[in-house]
Design a protein around this ligand. Structure first.
Ligand SMILES: Cc1ncc(COP(=O)(O)O)c(C=O)c1O
Length: 525
């Protein structure tokens, strides 16, 4: 795993991607099956095996004819696009009732576009699915939106209005959630290296829980509470279960070589780091042990890992209960619910995963002869990812002849790795289409690249675009709502794009475009 939220190069370990060659493609063209699957990546996150190499180009040439019996000449709507994406007869795409040409004219490009209705619906569906499934086994569950995926004042309010709480992983995310008006009780604070200032701020805000990530943090936090006075801080302990998203085997006793959490695997002749931390929390009157937390990864398409991790955490809870008489009230199962990044890729279905996890925890609790605790989950990507797209303007289009005679069309856009680092960082795959017009030109295999001084500055490694793709075309990349703007940078001093919400035929700026003056204002000369 390359970071807390990504399978990164480990991707491809998830479910095989059901690719539907004929279902949709670039404008006017169906996508040959190999277009997305030739080099064998599975679900997003999907590292494109050897994505930097021309040899990975599927197909015999850069130009392909659409397969016989190619269906609808239009590509969108449908996954991986948000539900509010439609295409008009003239080929122009609209989102939330707003024509992308108008969005580009009004807000410029690149621009992140967030479909408010889609985002709200996903939040509500997750909450509804998990609430119903857990109620069926007699348990309650809260859904926290993982703000790291993307957080702004409006998004914090939307998810809260849909009945979600917010998980903040830094003081910055905490500040946004609070400024949005969320009560502290509806916010959780994460972080493997929280500063004293962040912890004090969380205490001042009366957050509902602080998820401690190390033994030293237990004492640091308890000392801060003691010095400050007031109520004991509600604490969860983040544990690592050895279960990894997308792995084929779940080794629930592994010591993990990573920075997050405390292992449930026993140290030789002693307690596990997780148990040691739990006992340490119980020993400090300044802390109130609320529960256990486990996050097994991101972009998970196979729900079985959640069930295995949940059983492990429930066993730890029972163990602690036997030793101390304290049966903690709550277990958080983390985030990681996978979405579709490519046409034909199947997102995790909330109702299915909720049912499977609820059944697993009910069975485990019965086996352990312990009552069920309250549960919580922390989805980020599954709420905001599919609701977003990035709109770019095409600039330079350059056919590049490869050693084997094939041609790859490099399509440069006016953004790149500064607004979406995931392809460069993890080899993540995305889908793109020309969205401002129709084209009947034969499709060409294209690589969408950015404007940065880095050859790894790739936006989409492989995608079939109309052969007449040209400067001035509007190009949209689907499912960029999560970890796009939130991981954006100013590399090459490129100002970060705005985030614009669309709804009911109107648009509004949630986060304005950065300007060169913004960048210069930080420079003290
Ligand atoms: C502790 C924790 N919870 C939730 C999430 C959200 O994951 P996702 O956006 O994949 O649902 C992450 C991602 O890094 C995380 O570290």
């Amino acid at each position: 795993m390359t970071h807390d939220g990504e399978p990164g190069s480990a991707a491809g370990r998830g479910e095989a991607v059901a690719r539907d060659a004929g279902r949709r493609g670039s404008v006017g063209r169906a996508v040959p099956a190999a277009a997305h699957g030739g080099s064998g990546p599975s679900a997003q996150g999907s590292s494109v095996a050897g994505h930097g190499s021309a040899q990975d180009v599927p197909g015999a040439s850069g130009v392909v004819a659409p397969p016989a019996g190619a269906p609808a000449p239009t590509a969108v709507p449908g996954e991986p696009w948000s539900t509010g994406v439609t295409r008009g007869d003239d080929g122009a795409v609209s989102v939330g009732g707003v024509d992308v040409r108008d969005l580009a004219a009004q807000h410029g490009t690149p621009v992140y576009v967030l479909d408010e209705a889609d985002l709200r619906a996903r939040a509500a569906r997750l909450r509804g699915a998990f609430t119903a499934a857990f109620a069926r086994v007699g348990a309650e569950i809260d859904v926290y939106y993982a703000g790291k995926a993307f957080l702004s004042l409006a998004v914090a309010r939307w998810v809260h209005e849909e009945g979600l709480r917010v998980d903040a992983s830094t003081g910055g995310e905490l500040a946004v959630a609070l400024r949005a008006g969320l009560p502290g009780a509806d916010i959780g604070l994460h972080g493997n290296n929280k500063s004293d200032a962040e912890l004090v701020r969380a205490l001042d805000a009366g957050v509902g829980r602080i998820i401690v990530d190390s033994l030293v943090e237990v004492d640091r936090l308890a000392d801060l509470v003691r010095n400050r006075g007031g109520e004991p801080a509600p604490v969860m302990v983040r544990v690592t279960t050895g279960v990894h998203a997308g792995g084929h085997e779940y080794i629930a006793t592994a010591h993990e070589d990573q920075k997050f959490g405390l292992s449930v695997a026993a140290d030789e002749g002693g307690d596990s780091p997780a148990m040691t931390a739990l006992l340490a929390v119980l020993a400090r009157p300044e802390l109130r042990l609320l529960g256990l937390h486990s996050h097994i990864g991101s972009q998970i398409l196979d729900p079985s890992g959640f069930a295995v991790a949940a059983r492990t955490v429930l066993a730890l809870r029972a163990d602690l209960g036997r030793r101390t008489g304290v049966l903690v009230e709550e277990i958080d199962l983390g985030g990681g619910y996978g979405i579709a990044y490519l046409p034909g890729e199947r997102a995790m279905v909330p109702e299915t995963v909720a049912r499977d996890v609820a059944d697993a925890v009910a069975a485990a609790a019965a086996e352990l002869e312990t009552p069920l605790p309250r549960f919580s989950i922390e989805p980020g990507r599954a709420v905001v990812g599919p609701a977003g797209l990035t709109l770019y303007t095409v600039g330079t289009v350059k056919p590049v002849r490869l050693d084997d005679g094939r041609v790859r069309t490099y399509v440069s856009v006016d953004g790149g790795m500064s607004d979406n680092i995931r392809p460069a960082l993890y080899g993540a795959q995305y889908h793109a289409e020309v969205v401002g017009r129709l084209s009947s030109a034969p499709a060409v295999l294209a690589r969408v690249v950015g404007k940065h001084c880095e050859s790894g500055d790739v936006v989409v490694h492989e995608v079939w675009l109309p052969g007449d793709v040209r400067a001035g075309d509007l190009l949209a990349v689907a499912a960029t709502g999560a970890y796009g703007r939130s991981m954006a940078s100013n590399y090459n001093l490129v100002p970060r794009p705005p985030v614009v919400a669309v709804r009911d035929g109107g648009s509004r700026v949630l986060v304005r475009r950065e300007t060169e003056d913004d960048l210069l204002s930080l420079d003290q000369g």
